[in-house]
Design a binder for this molecule. Sequence first.
Ligand code: UD1
Ligand code: CA
Length: 475
Amino acid sequence: MLEKTTALILAAGQGTRMKSALPKVLHPIAGRPFLHFPVRAALEAGCGHVVVVVGHGREHVEAYLAEAFGAGGRVKTAVQREQRGTGDAARAGLTAVSPEAERVLIFNGDGALLRAEDVGAVARMLDEDPAAAVAMATCTTDDPFGYGRVLRDGLGQIVAIREHKDLANDEERAVKEWNPGIFAASVRFITEALAALTPNNAQGEYYLTDIVSFAARNGQRVVGVPSSPDVMEGVNDRAQLADLDRIMCDRILKKHRIAGVTIRDGARIEDAVVIERDATIESFAVLRGNTRIGAGARIDVGCVLTNATIDEGVELKPYSVVTQSHVRARAQIGPFSHLRPESDVGEEAHVGNFVETKKTTLARRAKANHLAYLGDGIVGEDANIGAGTIFCNYDGFSKQTTRIGKGAFIGSDSQLIAPVTIGDGAYVGTGTTVTKDVPADALAIGRAKQENKEGYASRLRTRLKAQKDDRAKKS
Ligand code: UD1
Ligand code: CA
C-alpha cells in the first residue's frame, strides 16, 4: 500500500556531541551502524523507495548503505552540501524522489529504535484521513525538554510546532505534547511547503517543522498520530547510544526467547545473528556478526562467537572463542578453545581446552582434547591428536599444510613440521619431531633413547649438597 510512498531519512548532520571521527549514524547499535534500523523500518513498512539524505561523512555512509542494502536498489541517497536545517535536508531529499512517487514519509536518521509499525502508522494515516495535508507522529510526556512542542488551536487542531529554543511564553512552555519528527504528506504539498520555508528563528535554520504552520495558514489540516515515546529517542551522544543499544539488545533477546531459544540474563546477541529452536545461550556469551546457531546447541558462559556457524546439537563449553569458523553437528568444543578463521570442525569431533585451530579442518569424530596448536591442517576421521601437539606451519615466510590420515594417532608433545603428511592409521610416538611423511599404518618415533643409572640419584644429591655447603663456608 505504500509503494508510491518514498521515505526521506535525514542523516546529514554532523553529530558534534558524539565527539567522534566516525559519522554519527555509523556508530553501531547491536552490531550494525544504527542508520540500518530506520532504513529497515521504512523498507519493512513497504515504502517503494528510501532516500537517505547524507552530508557529513557521506562517502562512508553511502558505502555502508550500498553494502547493506545493495547499490541501485530501493535505497538511494541525496546530498545536502551544507547543513542548513531539517527543512533544507528534506528539500535535498526531494530532488531524488522518483516521478512516480505520490507521497513522502520523512523522519530522522538517528531514530534507531523506530520500527516499521511506528513509521507505517503515520504514512497510512493519510489514507484513513484523506482530507489531511500532513500526518505527523506526536508524543506526550511530562518533560519534553529539547523537543519541538505541538501547538493546537481552540478546536484542538494542530497549527504549529515550536522548537524548544523558540518557545515564546509560559503557555507554550507548559505544552507536554511534542514532535518526534515523523511526517507524511503528498509530494505536491511538501514541495510547496518546503519552498516557502524561511530561516527566521532562533537557530537561523530552515525548519522542516514549519510545514505544519504552512498547512494551517493555508487552511489545510494536520492530523496527529499518537505514538509511543519509548521508540522515539534519537542518538545525540554516546550515553544515549549506550541506552539505545541496551534497549535494542533487549528487544533482540526477547525476539529469540519468544521464538523458542533459552537465553540467560547477561548474554549479548547482535541483530544479524540467527538462532534455531531449543538452543541455549548462557550468561555472558557474546554472539556477533552473521553468527548462526543450530537447533539444540548449547553456548555456555563467556563464549565469544563472531561470524561463526554452529550446527545442531553442538556443545560450546565455557569461554571458547570462535571466529569465522564452522562447527558441525554434535561436536564438542572447549572449555577455553580458540577456533580462529577458516576452522571447520566435523560432526562429533572434539576440540578441548587450550587448543587453538586456524584454517584447519577436522573430519568426523577427530579429537584434539588438550593443549595443541593446529594451524593449516587437514585431519582425517577418527584421528586422535595428543596433548601438546604442534603443527609447525610457519617458517617465518610462508604457511604450509599438515595432513593427518583417518584414524591416525599423534602422541603427546609431537611437532609436525609442515609440509608433512601422516598416512591413514599411522602412529606417531610421543615426543616425536616429524620432519618426513609417515606412510599409512607406519609407526614414527624420533626421540633420544632413555638411559637409567641405578642408585645414581642419591649420589647426585650428596654431591650437590656438599658443593652448596662449601660455598656457604667461603662467603
Ligand atoms: C528535530 C525537530 C524537533 C523534534 C526533534 C525530534 C526540527 C527543526 N526540529 O530537532 O521539532 O522534536 O527533531 O528528535 O526539525 N539533519 C540534516 N541536515 C540538517 C540538519 C539536520 O540532515 O541540516 C538531520 C540530522 O542528521 C538528524 C535530523 O536531521 O538526523 C534531526 O536533526 P537535529 O538537529 O537532531 O534536530 P533536533 O534539533 O533534534
Ligand atoms: Ca535530534
